[in-house]
Design a protein around this ligand. Sequence first.
Ligand SMILES: Cc1cc2nc3c(=O)[nH]c(=O)nc-3n(C[C@H](O)[C@H](O)[C@H](O)COP(=O)(O)OP(=O)(O)OC[C@H]3O[C@@H](n4cnc5c(N)ncnc54)[C@H](O)[C@@H]3O)c2cc1C
Ligand code: SF4
Ligand code: SF4
Ligand code: SF4
Length: 383
Amino acid sequence: MVAVGDMLVGYATDEDVRKRGASGGLVTAVLAAALEKGLVEDVVVMKHINEFEAVPIITDDVDEVLASTGSLHSVPVNLAKYAKGRKVAMPAKPCDAQAVIEQSKRNMIDLDTTYIVGLNCGGSMHPVVTKKMLAEMYDIDPDDVVGEEIEKGKLIFKTKDGQEKGIPIDELEEAGFGRRESCRFCTIKIPVNADLACGNWGVIGDLAGSATFCQVMNDKGVKLLENAIDAGRIEVQPASDKAIAIREKVNNAMVNLGNTLEEKIITEIPDEERLQYYLGQMENCIDCGACKEVCPVCSCDEDSKCTMFHSLADDYKMSMYHLVRLLHLTDSCIACGQCSDVCPSDIPITILQSRFAIPAQRKRNYQPGMNLDRPPFFEVMVK
Ligand SMILES: Cc1cc2nc3c(=O)[nH]c(=O)nc-3n(C[C@H](O)[C@H](O)[C@H](O)COP(=O)(O)OP(=O)(O)OC[C@H]3O[C@@H](n4cnc5c(N)ncnc54)[C@H](O)[C@@H]3O)c2cc1C
Ligand code: SF4
Ligand code: SF4
Ligand code: SF4
């Protein structure tokens, strides 16, 4: 029997899935069992192309789910949009789960039929930056990389010849590489907003590297795990006190680091320089709209106010499009970094958005995507 609040360590019973899995294949096995036993109609997973490229797919093919093992640290896609209007189970970094919850508050996703298998997340990287970093800092050919992990503050790459090379993340980030800017100040490292919170922190002893630590967050999490146990796809055991303490310690260290980096990244701008700062940051915007297209919390679709009130013929330095978005996303922006990732003009749009959103959210003690108890502060929840 599984119960809400359980802290477990588990792995896939299929030896091949366990071996290919990022840390024991439990997540893949849980997703596959949800599909096999009819808990959901489809599963969202990442279809790997190589270590730096993958595409999210929505599939009802169990074999495709079983083939999707492994954590892709250099594919920073947000998966929330793939859950819209469907009955799915999905893996989710904390920011994926946040976006799913924000969409559900706007009636775009039904949480009763969406199962979220959360993944701890120390951060993700932009694929182009990672490849450059491998060449310049690691002296490794990106084509030789077969896996990566973050351990004891180091980013470690494993290569085809069985070698490993790690460099402290601080050093990489000082040199302009490492995690995406938004991941550096993200402080939700364990997805307590998902149905299950899974990761390798706290997996110790003989099981290190071949099992996943899994915290059961709610009744849907219980259902997911019991379903996978009944299907014979996973084995679980209680986590030891030592394992629980280690996981908590690492999480606390990562959260503290996130808070420190937020102070460094989102610096104060004096009142008299503010307008010039925003105009300067936005001046190379080509109004392509990619930052809206990719935004996982944007729920307006064709009825968007930002594009409706903006014409390319307008001659503003900072378009109405951005002014509407800065305001409209104040209560929902989760600082996921997707908009900065896609901007063809390299505008740090996540940071600009965060400068508006973070203080407003803090003032109202509202953290988007973390729970269902409170409606967004700009909107009324229609149930
Ligand atoms: C970017 C990233 C950073 C992580 N950082 C940490 C960390 O710091 N500490 C920690 O304890 N755990 C971290 N994890 C989780 C850990 O790597 C394992 O995913 C987890 O332990 C489950 O292992 P598993 O063998 O059960 O997963 P598997 O059975 O291998 O399944 C992995 C699942 O993750 C999905 N997936 C792969 N890449 C992504 C992605 N970029 N975004 C969303 N879904 C994806 C796959 O489709 C698959 O469904 C991270 C995962 C990711 C994706
Ligand atoms: S924003 Fe946070 S949850 Fe999302 S990829 Fe970055 S570190 Fe992970
Ligand atoms: S505005 Fe940018 S950072 Fe904020 S939720 Fe949308 S894509 Fe993510
Ligand atoms: S993605 Fe960049 S260039 Fe395109 S509209 Fe957004 S800020 Fe402007």
